[in-house]
Structure formats: structure tokens, C-alpha cells
Design a binder for this molecule. Structure first.
Ligand SMILES: Cc1cc2nc3c(=O)[nH]c(=O)nc-3n(C[C@H](O)[C@H](O)[C@H](O)COP(=O)(O)OP(=O)(O)OC[C@H]3O[C@@H](n4cnc5c(N)ncnc54)[C@H](O)[C@@H]3O)c2cc1C
Length: 409
């Protein structure tokens, strides 16, 4: 009698597992069970509707550094299915990916629908049965089989089970998985922007700096990159990366903390002091307001002069030491209080999930329950923005599929 696999969750990881398991073992009967009435909904909205499928990074060690949680785990899994395999997998199905300047990879059509269509077509091709509006409520491991109860009381049985149910914002939402004997790393949000309610800098919304450095006061957390001023506070890659690396620590502070911004990434305080000394000669007769010697956006330069109480009408040569000191400080270590967070274009991921120590990285099989597998964001793995979260979804689900296909022949 042919064996059966049930995959829980109709997202990127669930589809990739179902398709590849059915493809690698044509005798396996594969059913995908999705809670909602929609399939691949995150893939559809991902990457601003373009789907950032993976990242053009072809070095496993470098790639694994992009995961604030689970870096060591993914490093081991990438040996089995890496970015190159993702590109090739889609290329073999007539979906070419292109690389953007910052390394993000999108379908050449610039439409996430291309990825959705490809996955739906493959699922159909390999006879994956899809059951929608079916939420898995409880799972019972019984005599080498799983008994799965759906929210509408339907009962399903299967030999192999892959959980690809994505991240949940609350620990209690993992209860049905805890009942199987698994433990959970407490979920906290990752990839958010910083709110600075009432701060006057928000009037510069839309202004950005190409390469700034942002540090969290009282911690070692620091990131660099483009920084964007928004209506709420600060955003941009530097802030998003910081929110990911600091996800747990910042949740612990209830998202109230102080940051220090160096608007001039390349200068430390002493270098800036030296530069000010030379500027006093080089552009001595020019007014401070008119001459912005660091290439900062003019609106930001004007703001920093006012914020530092510098008389903008002064000439560089006449700038008093007190005013220069305040300006130097605000240029390279401008302190802000952050109070709260905003979700970045809803492109958040959840840090936390099934503890990685309970999953075998060779097979994605549970170390607690035989023939139970995990894939995607339900695991305690999350990456920064740039295609890293999908790559983990493709890698983990491919490995699970391969293991199940091999076990079930
Ligand atoms: C707006 C947005 C944009 C993003 N853009 C990108 C991007 O461009 N690149 C990138 O790498 N990452 C991106 N991400 C992150 C990425 O989408 C996720 O990491 C990825 O989708 C995780 O895939 P998954 O299959 O593990 O989970 P999901 O996509 O969340 O799928 C899980 C599925 O399981 C279902 N489910 C849950 N519980 C049950 C249950 N009990 N029974 C049955 N079904 C259940 C859910 O309804 C859902 O359909 C984005 C995220 C968001 C929110």
C-alpha cells in the first residue's frame, strides 16, 4: 500500500515540500492542508508584489551570517540545498531570476504571481491534493501513524507529517505543537522600524542618508547602511537589520530604548574634529548654512545646525568651539529615544518557533517524534530582509521532502 504525507500549511515551505516529495516519490500520496481560503498568500504580497525569492550570495558561510536566529543551523542545511539550487529549480521550470544591485533576486517578470503560478502548476503536475479552509487543531502520534483533527472535526490519518505552518505572534498559538512534546522559543517580532513620537526630526520624512551607523545604547548592537527618516521616526536597512539582530533584547525593553546615530558613517569624533579644523581654513569665508561639507541632504544639514543651536549665519572661521562641539556630537553621535515600533510594510517575520535543538538538520525530522518534519518559519530561524527568509523556506522544505521521499519508498 502506498504511503501518505500530509503537509500542514499552504505557504512557500508547505508547497515546496509537497511538490518535491510527490516528485521524488511518485508512489507517495501527498495532501496539503491549509487553514485559510487562500494559498501562497505571503508569496503573493512578498517583496512589494515582486517576491524576493532568494539572495545572490553563493558562499554558505557568508549567507548564514544573515540569520539573527538559526545561523548555525542553516549553515548545515545549505550544503543540501542552497541559493544556486533555488535558482536552478525555478529555471528548470522556466522561471528565471534576476539579481538587483543589492543582491536581492526576483523573477524577471517582476511579479510574485510568476512564483505562485509555478508552484501551483507543479503541485497540480505531481498530483498534490489540496484541502483548504482546514485548520489542523490536534495531532496524535499513534502506532506509527498520525491522527490529525481538523477544526471542522474531520479526522485524517497519515504516515508522514510535515509542519509548515509559518510563524505565530503568540506562544499560545503553538500549543497544538507543544502537545507533541516540542518546545518553543518565545515568539517576538523582527524587522520593524523605530518610532520616535514627538521628535522634530520626523518633519524631515522622506529624507535619507546613504550610509549611516546606528547603535543601541547600552548594548553591543550596531548596524550600518541606508537610513530613512519617516513620519514616525527612523527606518531603512540599517534600522531593519538592527531590529532583527536586537529582536529579543528590544522586545525585553518593551521597545523603549535609546539609539545613537552617526550620520557620517566614515567619521568618528576625533576625525570629525580634525576635519572641522581644516574646514575653518578651506572654506573659512563661507557661511555654515550655505556650505554643507559632508554631502548630507541639505534639509538634514539645516536641521542638525538648528538642533545643535549653531548660528547658521556664521562663517566657518568664526564658528565658536561650543557650537562646533554640539554640531560634531550631533553629526557623529546623535542620540534619540525610541518609543515603540512600526511594522515595515507588513514585511515582518516572527523570531522564535520550534527549538532547533529538537530538529535533525540532516533530515528536518523531529528528534522527539519519528516521521514528523518541520519546514519554514515555524522553526526558530529568521533572516534579515533580502530573500533570506524564503531561502530558508526552500532549503528546509526541500530537505524534508527528500527525507520523506527516501523513507517512504
Ligand atoms: C508582507 C511580507 C512580505 C515578505 N517579503 C519577503 C520577501 O520578499 N523575501 C523573503 O525572503 N521573505 C519575505 N517575507 C517573509 C516570508 O514571506 C516568510 O518567511 C515565508 O513566507 C515563510 O513561509 P512559510 O511557508 O514557512 O510560512 P507562511 O508563508 O506563513 O505559510 C504558512 C501557512 O500555514 C497556514 N497555517 C497556519 N497554521 C495552520 C494550521 N494549524 N492548519 C493549517 N494551516 C495552517 C497559514 O494560513 C499559511 O498559509 C515577507 C513576509 C511578509 C509578511
Amino acid at each position: 500500500m502506498s504511503k501518505q504525507l500530509i503537509v500542514t500549511g499552504g505557504g512557500a515551505a508547505g508547497f515546496f515540500c509537497a511538490i518535491n516529495a510527490a516528485r521524488l516519490n511518485p508512489l507517495l500520496k501527498v495532501t496539503l492542508v491549509e487553514k485559510t481560503g487562500k494559498l501562497l498568500s505571503k508569496v503573493k504580497v512578498s517583496g512589494g508584489g515582486r517576491c524576493n525569492v532568494t539572495h545572490a550570495c553563493f558562499d554558505i558561510v557568508e549567507m548564514s551570517k544573515k540569520y539573527p536566529r538559526g545561523g548555525n543551523f542553516v549553515k548545515k542545511t545549505f550544503h543540501q540545498f542552497f541559493t544556486t539550487d533555488t535558482i536552478e529549480w525555478f529555471r528548470e521550470r522556466n522561471v528565471s531570476l534576476k539579481e538587483e544591485k543589492d543582491g536581492r533576486m526576483f523573477p524577471v517578470t517582476d511579479s510574485s504571481q510568476t512564483i505562485v503560478d509555478c508552484l501551483l502548476k507543479e503541485a497540480n503536475k505531481y498530483g498534490v491534493e489540496i484541502v483548504m479552509n482546514a485548520e489542523v487543531k490536534t495531532i496524535l502520534a499513534k502506532e506509527e501513524k498520525f491522527e490529525i483533527q481538523l477544526s471542522d472535526s474531520r479526522l485524517l490519518t497519515t504516515d508522514y507529517l510535515c509542519i509548515a505552518s509559518g510563524g505565530y505572534p503568540k506562544s499560545s498559538m503553538f500549543d497544538w505543537l507543544k502537545e507533541l512534546g516540542h518546545s518553543i522559543e518565545e515568539p517576538v517580532p523582527s524587522l520593524f522600524t523605530f518610532n520616535m513620537p514627538g521628535h522634530p526630526i520626523r518633519e524631515l520624512m522622506g529624507v535619507s542618508v546613504e550610509n549611516a551607523r546606528v547603535k543601541i545604547v547600552g548594548s553591543k548592537l550596531e548596524q550600518e547602511g541606508p537610513l530613512l527618516i519617516t513620519h514616525w521616526g527612523l527606518s531603512g536597512p540599517a534600522v531593519l537589520k538592527l531590529s532583527a539582530w536586537g529582536a529579543r533584547e528590544l522586545a525585553g525593553s518593551n521597545w523603549h530604548f535609546a539609539i545613537i546615530v552617526n550620520w557620517l558613517h566614515d567619521f568618528n569624533e576625533q576625525q570629525l574634529r580634525d576635519r572641522f579644523q581644516t574646514l575653518r581654513f578651506e572654506i573659512a569665508a563661507q557661511k555654515v548654512a550655505n556650505k554643507n561639507p559632508f554631502g548630507l541632504p541639505n534639509r538634514l544639514w539645516e536641521f542638525l545646525l538648528t538642533y545643535s543651536e549653531v548660528n547658521a549665519e556664521r562663517r566657518w572661521t568664526d564658528l565658536p568651539a561650543k557650537e562646533a562641539n554640539r554640531l560634531i556630537k550631533n553629526l557623529c553621535s546623535c542620540e534619540f529615544d525610541v518609543k515603540g515600533k512600526t511594522t515595515f510594510k507588513e514585511e515582518f517575520v516572527t523570531a522564535g518557533g520550534i527549538k532547533l535543538s529538537e530538529i535533525d538538520h540532516h533530515s528536518m525530522m523531529s528528534k522527539k517524534v519519528p516521521n514528523l518534519f518541520f519546514a519554514g518559519e515555524v522553526m526558530d530561524v529568521d533572516g534579515v530582509t533580502g530573500g533570506f527568509n524564503f531561502q530558508h523556506a526552500w532549503t528546509s522544505s526541500f530537505i524534508a521532502a527528500k527525507s520523506i521521499a527516501a523513507l517512504s519508498v
